[in-house]
Design a protein around this ligand. Sequence first.
Ligand code: NAD
Ligand code: G6P
Ligand code: MN
Length: 451
Amino acid sequence: MIITIVGGGSTFTAGIVKSIALRRQELEVDEIRLFDIDKERQDKVGVLVDWILHEDLKCDIKLTVTTDVETAYTDASFIFAQMRVGKYAMREQDEKIPLRHGCVGQETCGAGGMAYGMRTIFPMIKVIDDAAKYARPDHWILNYSNPASIVSEACRRLRPDARIINICDMPIAIIDMVAAALGIKNKKEIVYDYFGLNHFGWFTSIEHNGKDIMNELRKYIMDNEILLPEAYLQANKAALPKDTNRHAKGSWYYVWKGVYEIMQNFPDTLPNTYLNYYLQQKEFVEHSDPTHTRANEVMESREKNLFEGIDRYIKTGEIDENIFYAGSHGDWIADLAIALKNDTKARFLVIVENRGALPNMPYDAMVEVPAYIGKNGPEVIAQKPIPLFQQGLMMQQLNCEKLLVEGCIEGSYQKVLEAFTLNKTIPSMKVAKEVLDDLIEANKEYWPELK
Ligand code: NAD
Ligand code: G6P
Ligand code: MN
């Protein structure tokens, strides 16, 4: 059984490999392959992965590190896709260019998310085609390359028969935080209902061992004026459990504060943290530093710690496990692969074509909803019709994403401009055009030509 990780040079690769290796019995994995287009970056990560597999966990999983497509995909059963097309250098542009125009500058939301989407659509189609050509006929691609919403819509349009499941770990991270806040030790006892688009959704019910905990949670958030537990607020002083510290530090603070602010006005549901960018777009811009954004925070911490730590290991032979992030993110991907392989019918949120699961959203919308996962893929759990407020917000965002994908495929400046104008984070048509024109210039190497 072969698992191929596309974007092998990612800051998350080591943690994911550790999760896979710890679950090797259930996954029956014989070989892990790393594939990337940046050889130097991936080779370094490969040194650490080799240590995890063969020194730390002493398992007999074979490791292959390659930039050759055929070597990467041949006979693979699973492809985990986590590319960042343009890497952090372009993430920085996605965040800073919109901010210069007074708009939300974010990796996956608003103008920056659309820019990242336009870079990622065709490389993702290539992954699907390469997998179809070389991997096992029953392979599964688990895609969490962002922006997952736009990427999944493009895959639906261009490769409707691809064996791909698009996923996101934000709801998992939110549930981790809920568990920590309410003192729930085993988060697997928590079951929830949720609807939305990716990075644009709401929890409608949360239960712990069958008991509704939404009221208790709402009270916690209102009393504490944030969802982050007190211990995490000391984040810069205290060493947090590894699972949680990524989403608890730096500018993520505002995101958790925003959950409280949104619930002050709309208390019925627990919002996904990403709704901040659409409902508090003005306030986000006001507290952002246009010269230092999340991309800079990540480059100065997660990326720096990882690659400096690997260099130190290469020089001295000494390793500190804290150089790489491990925990929830990788565990969740391993869990999903286990559900597919072993037909467990475990429950996950997935991004799938709606087909009536949200009765008052279009049939062909890519929506994020709960599903039972077995060997034939997701069996989606249909939800009730959604309220007009959320439906209105979702329709605006959905049509924006559909126009963007169409514009990208057709090379249509007009459609992409419509997408930018429709996006809720962009205040006017004039600003939409100015931001778009700057992003075209910055993305020359990556975007299709828009006419
Ligand atoms: P990173 O820059 O450290 O790693 C990404 C890797 O992708 C780089 O090594 C880069 O060279 C490689 N890459 C770029 N273009 C490629 C291509 N065409 N083919 C193969 N490899 C390519 O980024 P990161 O912060 O570790 O994140 C990796 C990805 O995972 C991003 O897309 C990020 O948004 C995504 N992510 C998604 C979720 C989710 O919930 N969906 C959660 C965490 C991270
Ligand atoms: C969450 C989201 C991901 C996103 C990540 C960014 O996990 O679900 O889609 O990529 O946050 O985290 P970062 O630490 O890179 O800002
Ligand atoms: Mn996500």
